[in-house]
Design a protein around this ligand. Structure first.
Ligand SMILES: [Zn+2]
Length: 341
């Protein structure tokens, strides 16, 4: 079901989880919030699917397991784009996303949630970039070797502060991501890590699934100082559908698309229309009344239309901005890896 404002836009959802270790087929309309038939139903062109790695111990055994899981999950994401063309298309660049959209095929964009997946090894970053990974969320909940997280994990022995932001290794990770044209995702990181990563990165930075701290005081949300730095550097915040990031202590049924639109309005007012997008976190905690699965994406667009957003603005929010950021990141990577003239 689509409406005029939503119909035919190149829409990208920048944060969706996959079932692990196994789950329903992504090729059939099943119990998940996101599968390939529901993408069509919701008028969504491409999705960043996550190899999500829960934080574990920061030792050789933990890092080996995390790398193995990352590799296996990326292979599962690749399998959504079978060679016979019966599913989605693996889209590694902004151009490939546009080509898949033109061909009417869902774009599958691999990404990693938690830099724990590379442990302390930049060659793993290279391996995963070669597998088409377009962003890495620097941390999840719990500090890792890259830097401090917004939410420390006491059961792993975390203090509030570990490095005071990005570690030395974390700085080299940001540098390598820039060289490889991989976007730096600062959702889940501590504010210190975020501010340092934005300043360090030579490409603008992404918050793949975060909301506004001014509207909902949750540690996972971004405050005004963070928004201003992101906007000033060309970065993006992708508003997410997690109820208790949208409204304090709310549950799914207390929250509607109007609450999502409130966060979008706030971000647009603080940052400008070029710095805001959507990352649902479907199948990872996302979902509100009226937008419980990706097939209902047009309901959010209807609400945006009601608030006065026009076609060009909706196109930017739903995908144009993240396509621009992907392209810029690709260009930074190409410039950094070509020999100096
Ligand atoms: Zn997350």
């Amino acid at each position: 079901m689509v409406n005029d404002l939503h119909d035919g836009i190149l829409a990208i959802d920048t944060h969706v989880d996959i079932p692990w270790p196994e789950g329903p087929s992504p090729f059939e309309d099943g119990p998940r919030c996101v599968d390939l038939p529901k993408l069509k139903q919701g008028g969504i062109a491409a999705v960043c699917f996550m190899a999500y790695i829960p934080q574990g111990h920061r030792d050789a055994t933990g890092h080996l397991a995390a790398a193995g899981r990352t590799r296996a999950m990326l292979n599962t994401i690749h399998a959504m784009a079978p060679a016979d063309g019966s599913g989605g298309v693996l889209t590694r660049t902004a151009d490939e996303i546009e080509a898949a959209f033109a061909a009417g095929k869902p774009g599958i964009i691999p990404a990693i949630e938690n830099g724990y997946g590379i442990g302390r090894d930049l060659t793993l970053l290279d391996e995963f970039a070669d597998m088409g990974v377009r962003y890495i969320t620097l941390t999840h909940n719990g500090h890792n070797e890259i830097g401090d997280a917004a939410i420390p994990l006491r059961n792993l022995g975390d203090d509030d502060i570990c490095f005071g932001g990005l570690s030395d290794f974390g700085q080299s990770v940001v540098d390598r991501m820039n060289e490889r044209g991989v976007m730096v995702d600062i959702s889940h990181t501590a504010k210190s890590t975020m501010m340092q990563a934005v300043k360090r990165s030579r490409a603008p930075v992404l918050a793949s699934h975060s909301c506004m701290r001014a509207l909902c005081d949750h540690k996972r949300n971004l405050d005004d100082e963070q928004l201003e730095l992101l906007a000033a550097t060309g970065g993006l915040v992708q508003i997410t559908m997690v109820s208790n990031f949208l409204k304090a202590r709310a549950r799914t049924n207390d929250v509607t698309v109007a609450d999502i639109a409130d966060h979008i309005d706030y971000a647009v007012k603080r940052m400008g229309i070029d710095h805001v997008g959507i990352g649902t976190d479907f199948d990872g905690g996302g979902g509100v009344k009226g937008f419980m699965h990706i097939g209902q994406a047009a309901n959010l667009t209807v609400e945006l239309g009601r608030r006065g957003y026009g076609r060009a603005e909706v196109e930017k929010i739903w995908g144009g901005n993240v396509l621009r950021l992907l392209r810029q990141t690709e260009q930074v990577g190409a410039a950094l890896s070509s020999p100096a003239l």
